[in-house]
Design a protein around this ligand. Structure first.
Ligand code: COA
Length: 312
């Protein structure tokens, strides 16, 4: 059984907040943010749009593209650290709103690696023949846990949602290999504090990311007997262009073969990889039979990578 992507979708809120806008709120500059992170602007959801709303819009887009009806979804997995409420889960809210009557539903908490964990979990259920269609979402409304007075963090993040419908694809296509990992001893480097604000030790997270992203990218392609030159497209977690570049340079691929939405959206945590994947599909940057590497890292600490042969 080969398990792959039947359709992708995404949603970003319309409100754009530029680096210049942030200069009005904290002591920062457009130049500092661009040169240290590659971010130029980000999208911020309004008060009436919560995590479940964004996941619904992205899900509709992915189901349309996959040509799968809500009533044919067997399982909904929503990766998020910013749910509307701890329970009911975002996945249950989404199940109701989509009318996905027979779907089981649960949320996954693996921070920015959440979509990688979701895809790998979906693959297991489909591989075993238990389920046919699994909807996987990465969605965050990070603006609600952002400390807007902390220049170390508030310039980095944005809101949005990405989705993929996973199911059986032709032999030799789909998810060829994966790697998931965690190091709970690094939990103190990136966490939500008692005031519900995101806290981060930027330098430590940076060091971890520039080591882990290149290593995991290479591991998933070596596992299947391919080498770096075989990679057609890289979709790294969109956290910081300098971290993304470390992965790209390790694979030795050209800039046009790497998704780069961080400049427009900032870091959307678990939503960044599925948004970038959905955009790459819609922009025609991914062709049938392309070998794609998806790779992410995040709070936990956690990480994950997938080698994916594109096509159904
Ligand atoms: N504007 C201006 N100055 C800022 C700033 C901002 N928005 N944010 C921090 N600074 C200042 C700090 O106060 C510090 O000043 P100091 O040295 O006087 O204390 C200095 O800039 C920080 O310098 P440094 O730590 O060397 O910056 P950096 O090049 O490491 O970049 C990050 C900082 C946060 C961009 C970088 O560490 C990073 O990207 N880390 C990983 C973050 C990440 O990916 N998190 C999400 C994980 S999913």
């Amino acid at each position: 059984m080969s398990v792959g992507v039947l359709g992708t979708g995404h949603y970003v809120p319309p409100k754009v907040v530029t680096n210049k806008d942030l200069e009005q709120i904290v002591d920062t500059s457009d130049e500092w943010i661009r040169s240290r992170t590659g971010i130029e602007e980000r999208r911020i959801a309004d008060d009436d749009t919560d995590t479940s709303d964004m996941s619904f819009f992205a899900a509709q887009n992915a189901l349309d593209e996959a040509n799968v009806k809500p009533e044919d979804i067997d399982l909904i997995l929503v990766a998020t650290v910013t749910p509307d409420t701890p329970f009911p889960s975002v996945s249950c809210m989404l199940q109701d709103r989509l009318g996905a009557r027979k779907a089981a539903a649960m949320d996954i908490s693996a921070a920015c690696s959440g979509f990688m964990y979701g895809m790998v979990t979906a693959k297991q259920f489909i591989d075993t023949g238990v389920y046919k269609n699994v909807l996987v979402i990465g969605v965050e409304k990070l603006s609600k846990i952002t400390d807007w007075s902390d220049r170390n963090t508030c310039v980095l993040f944005g809101d949005g949602a990405g989705a993929a419908v996973l199911g059986e694809v032709a032999e030799g296509k789909g998810i060829l290999s994966f790697e998931l990992g965690a190091d709970g001893s690094g939990g103190k480097e990136l966490y939500q504090d008692e005031n519900d604000h995101l806290q981060m030790n930027g330098r430590e997270v940076f060091k971890f990311a520039v080591r882990q992203m290149p290593e995991s990218s290479v591991n998933v392609i070596e596992k299947i007997g391919y080498n770096e030159a075989d990679v057609d497209y890289l979709i790294p977690h969109q956290a910081n262009i300098r971290i993304m570049e470390a992965a790209r340079e390790r694979l030795g691929i050209s800039k046009d073969k790497m998704a780069d939405s961080v400049k427009r959206y900032g870091n959307n945590s678990s939503a960044s990889i599925p948004i970038a994947l959905s955009e790459a599909v819609k922009d025609g940057n991914i062709k049938d039979n392309d070998l794609i590497v998806l790779v992410g890292f995040g709070g936990g600490l956690t990480w994950g990578a997938i080698a994916l042969k594109w096509g159904k």
